[in-house]
Ligand binder design. Structure first.
Ligand SMILES: NC(=O)C1=CN([C@@H]2O[C@H](COP(=O)(O)OP(=O)(O)OC[C@H]3O[C@@H](n4cnc5c(N)ncnc54)[C@H](OP(=O)(O)O)[C@@H]3O)[C@@H](O)[C@H]2O)C=CC1
Length: 719
């Protein structure tokens, strides 16, 4: 709605209306009008903010742009490039969902927020820690809400907080969809990535594909894969009540109560009990958009006053709507508010909740929930999704103390830091471990023990938590937070898989995928089963040396033949020893990943002509070195007997490990055993003779002598 006062420039008036809007709907409508008028497209999220700023040359907007520019210029965001290829869906437009969305937008992520509510109707008032005040001021809170923290006690109503954050989010190009319910994640299919199932199903948010999902749906929503811990304390019944604030002089004079507990003011609580029968543990009163009261009531007095109809040991039954007399609850809350403000608030009238009812609620906080993990990675069809919890969805706070917002924002920043690393190609396990290291600290944070240097706060945890160890949780400790897919199988491959190991394995896999892409009957998804048919190996050879192989002559079901062909070619052309017999590829129950890693590493080295020591020994050595670093362990991997073919060394008859294994003439043996029968010198590929009737190997020198004697050997060309 354009205000008459600024008829000269309608965009200025539209901007003013947007800034001053007092409801979610009004904010969204004014924003759309402003964008239309300035001809800026919010969906062009990458350039939206800069275009808006350029086109709205209005002095009143300048201080806001300055604040946003200052934040956006922080090196953490890399000028909006840190996550410019990522897309994120945020579930929940509560304070924590919106605060996270803002950080992700600053990182350059395309962000969509969903909320089933169409209005911001929470009157309840939250206490703010000093750092959250600074944070909100830096985002322009005063611009959007002139009264922000003007009183003696610092607090804000949830709806005002949401309005501030919504406005900043919109300015930064975040799409906010209200009236849309998230119903679950849809797995990738075909070329489509991760999406959300939403209601209404026709909403365009249903088509949004993303690689990051932030669950900020409040305490009741927990996505699949997360486990919740229950922290049960002694029975605690909370009551919140909001009364209309008419902002009269008389009201202004009434003192707020920042939190008074029974143990500190016995006299007050005794008087409250004896005079009006209200028995409380504590009470808080904040004057904000409403007169807001929150108190912990004793069960006995609630029963006596008829608020709770019947006593039950189970708290859910006790506080079930059917067991609560709403009128009696209103009277109880009214009496407590009136008494604690010394009857100085005139004409106490309940404010209305989202359903138009008197805004008074009773709830249980005997039991608080906390997620065991803050984040996880899911992988389906090769597409990974980073999922993170923030806000009440992560830890349910005792919110009258302001921990919900303070810790909620800390978690929002920590999550943004993790997404930043995700966007920069960080390894899932490393970033999950780092996130969990931070999460461990969250419940211990207080206004006193976090850094006081609020000006330097950024999404980098080290700016906020003094002496933080970002690696107190190791990648191996968060393996269970990687669900399904290649990564999971790689983890299972080796229990001590280090971050470096995973990187190398992923590198190897993507090299294989790149070089077999587009070949018929070939789909390389892993470093094991995808190679069974032999088609992928043949494709790999064909990709580099098309003249060596006629692909049209291959039959994908003739596994032995395909593998034999590939093994033989690899051995003959590149000197790479097969890791299995071709027949084993069909008979073994599982293709051993480690064997395939050894084999494929050598192939990659050979085909890409990596600078390795000459010959097969060099390639083998290189593969061993790679594996040693992959597994960060001495090279003693799976024995061949576990791989499918029970194998003993041809020469010494002892157990044969894959990495020790050489082969020649269809025999498998320890490389160290591959010596001349006559002189014991080490044999090399292309430099031995095999006398088949005796089954003996010789060096060239002794083979000649032997041949002379027996006239029956032949010179081997490969091992
Ligand atoms: N009563 C109070 O005093 C409240 C206080 N707070 C404060 O705010 C802090 C942070 O809250 P925050 O973590 O952001 O959570 P919030 O509860 O503020 O926000 C979550 C939002 O997500 C919506 N939502 C939940 N499930 C879905 C779904 N499936 N699809 C679409 N929308 C969904 C919720 O709607 P719905 O609520 O209808 O489920 C709600 O609007 C709290 O710690 C507390 O301090 C927050 C809420 C209430």
């Amino acid at each position: 709605m354009v205000k008459e006062a600024d008829s000269v420039n309608p965009s200025h008036a539209l901007f003013d209306s947007f800034v001053q809007a007092q409801t979610c709907k009004e904010t969204q409508q004014n924003f759309i009008e402003l964008c239309r008028h300035l001809k800026v497209e919010p969906r062009d999220y990458k350039h939206f903010y800069s275009k808006l700023k350029d086109r709205l040359n209005y002095w009143k907007a300048k201080d806001l742009w300055q604040k946003i520019d200052k934040r956006a210029a922080h090196p953490d965001y890399e000028q909006g490039q840190a996550c410019h290829q990522n897309k994120c869906l945020v579930l929940g437009a509560g304070p924590c969902g919106l605060r996270t969305a803002i950080e992700l937008a600053l990182l350059g992520t395309q962000v969509a927020v969903l909320d089933k509510r169409v209005s911001f109707s929470r009157n309840n008032v939250l206490h703010l820690w000093p750092y959250t005040i600074r944070d909100l001021l830096n985002l322009g809170a005063k611009k959007f809400y002139g009264r922000f923290c003007s009183g003696s006690i610092h607090h804000i109503s949830i709806r005002q907080l949401q309005l501030i954050l919504l406005k900043v989010a919109l300015i930064l190009g975040v799409e906010v969809h209200t009236g849309v319910t998230f119903e679950g994640l849809l797995e990738p299919s075909g070329s489509t990535g991760w999406r959300a199932q939403v209601s209404p199903g026709s909403h365009r948010a249903a088509a949004f594909e993303f690689d990051v999902f932030i669950s900020a749906g409040g305490g009741r929503y927990v996505p699949d894969g997360f486990k919740i811990k229950e922290l049960r304390g002694k029975l605690a019944i909370g009551i919140t009540a909001n009364f209309v604030n008419r902002r009269t002089k008389q009201e202004a004079q009434v003192q707020e109560i920042s939190g008074v507990a029974r143990i500190y003011n016995q006299k007050f609580f005794q008087a409250l009990h004896s005079e009006i029968g209200v028995d409380l543990e504590n009470i808080v009163y904040y004057k904000d958009d409403t007169h807001y009261f929150v108190m912990t009531a004793k069960k006995g007095s609630l029963l006596k006053k008829g608020v709770i109809k019947q006593d039950f040991p189970d708290v859910n039954q006790l506080l079930a709507p059917a067991n609560v007399n709403q009128k009696a609850l209103e009277e109880y809350a009214y009496d407590a508010a009136d008494f604690s403000t010394d009857h100085m608030l005139p004409d106490l009238e309940f404010a209305r909740d989202h359903a138009g009812r008197p805004d008074v609620a009773m709830f249980d906080f005997t039991c608080m929930h906390r997620a065991e993990n803050a984040s996880l990675v899911k992988e389906r069809k090769g597409k990974r999704l980073l999922i993170a919890l923030v806000g009440d969805s992560l830890v349910e706070p005792f919110w009258p103390l302001g921990t919900g917002i303070a810790r909620g924002f800390l978690a929002a920043f920590d999550t943004a830091w993790m997404v930043r690393n995700w966007g920069k190609g960080g390894l899932p396990l490393e970033l999950l471990a780092e996130r969990e290291s931070m999460y461990q600290l969250l419940s211990q944070t207080t206004p006193e023990n976090i850094s006081k240097n609020y000006a330097s706060y950024s999404i980098n945890p080290s700016t906020r938590y003094p002496n933080i160890s970002m690696s107190s949780i190791k990648p191996t400790q968060v393996k269970h937070t990687v669900l399904d897919g290649l990564l999971k199988s790689l983890l299972l491959l080796h229990a001590n898989g280090s971050a470096e190991s995973l990187r190398r394995l992923e590198d190897l896999l993507s090299w294989c995928q790149k070089n077999t892409a587009g070949y018929k009957h070939v789909k390389v998804k892993d470093l094991s089963e995808s190679w069974r048919s032999g088609m992928a190996l043949c494709a790999l050879i064909h990709n580099f040396r098309p003249e060596l192989i006629n692909l049209s002559s291959l039959d994908e079901y003739n596994i032995t033949r395909n593998n034999k062909l590939a093994f033989d070619l690899m051995e003959r052309e590149f000197g790479i020893t097969p890791v299995m017999r071709a027949s084993e590829m069909i008979t073994c129950e599982k293709i051993d990943q480690l064997s395939m890693v050894v084999y494929l590493t050598q192939i990659r080295n050979a085909l890409t002509e990596k600078d390795t020591p000459a010959g097969n020994e060099g390639l083998f050595l290189e593969a061993c070195i790679t594996l040693k670093s992959i597994f960060n362990n001495p090279v003693v991997p799976v024995s061949s007997s576990e791989v499918g073919g029970s194998e003993l060394c041809y020469f010494c008859n002892k157990h044969l490990y894959v990495l020790e294994r050489g082969s020649a003439e269809g025999k498998f043996f320890h490389r160290s055993c591959f010596n001349c029968y006559q002189c014991g010198s080490t044999l090399r590929q292309g430099g031995y003779a095999f006398l088949s009737d005796m089954g003996r190997f010789y060096c060239e020198l002794h083979s000649a002598a032997e041949e002379e004697e027996r006239d029956e050997g032949h010179i081997g060309s490969q091992v």
